[in-house]
Design a protein. Structure first.
Length: 187
């Protein structure tokens, strides 16, 4: 049985290092795990309960919910914007937290990782993301962490998959999340 891991990336910029990390994670996934990097977070309108009505949910939000519904686990990649989570990722979490108590995250394993320019690699954003996903019902795996500092210099000439240390760390992250998802799927 294959475990589906949905990767959400909090940066929509062309050349995003977090997007590159997510792509690397997809390539490094162990046998039995499939990492799908979701495209389209930038097209999702800000969450508004007035438009979250069956039959009128915006197409981009419905596409996200469909991908999340079939996911067994989530791997969130986030940079740090002004010391916290990027709006595009927070918005995706908001859409996936509904309907209240029965959103797409409920009971599913979630890991949060990423890279940022600062010396701590985005840990504040990662912590805020874990908090938001936990409140949304996700089973946050607190001991799966990867915060890579100095993204602009570290990945200026090297794709993350070609950085042996980062590739090893990502492989461990995906393998461990796969293990947690496998436990959930088997239940």
């Amino acid at each position: 049985m294959s475990v589906r891991i949905l990767a959400l990336v909090g940066s929509v910029r062309a050349g995003s290092h977090n997007r590159q990390l997510a792509e690397a994670a997809a390539k490094l996934a162990p046998e039995g795990a499939e990492v799908e990097v979701f495209d389209g977070l930038a097209e999702i309108p800000f969450y508004n309960e007035d438009v979250d009505v069956e039959g009128t949910v915006p197409a981009a939000a419905a596409k996200l919910r469909e991908a999340a519904a079939v996911a067994d686990a989530f791997l969130l990649f986030t940079p740090e914007y002004n010391g916290t989570i990027p709006a595009v990722l927070k918005n995706a979490i908001d859409w996936l937290s509904r309907p209240y108590g029965a959103g797409s995250f409920v009971g599913k394993p979630v890991a949060v990782v990423g890279t940022a320019f600062g010396q701590y690699g985005g840990v504040w954003a990662h912590d805020d993301t874990r908090k938001a996903v936990g409140i949304a019902g996700g089973k946050v795996i607190e001991d799966i962490k990867l915060s890579i500092p100095g993204s602009l210099t570290r990945f200026a000439q090297t794709h993350p998959i070609d950085d042996a240390e980062v590739a090893g760390q990502l492989t461990e992250v995906v393998t461990r999340l796969h293990g947690h998802a496998g436990e959930t799927v088997a239940v």
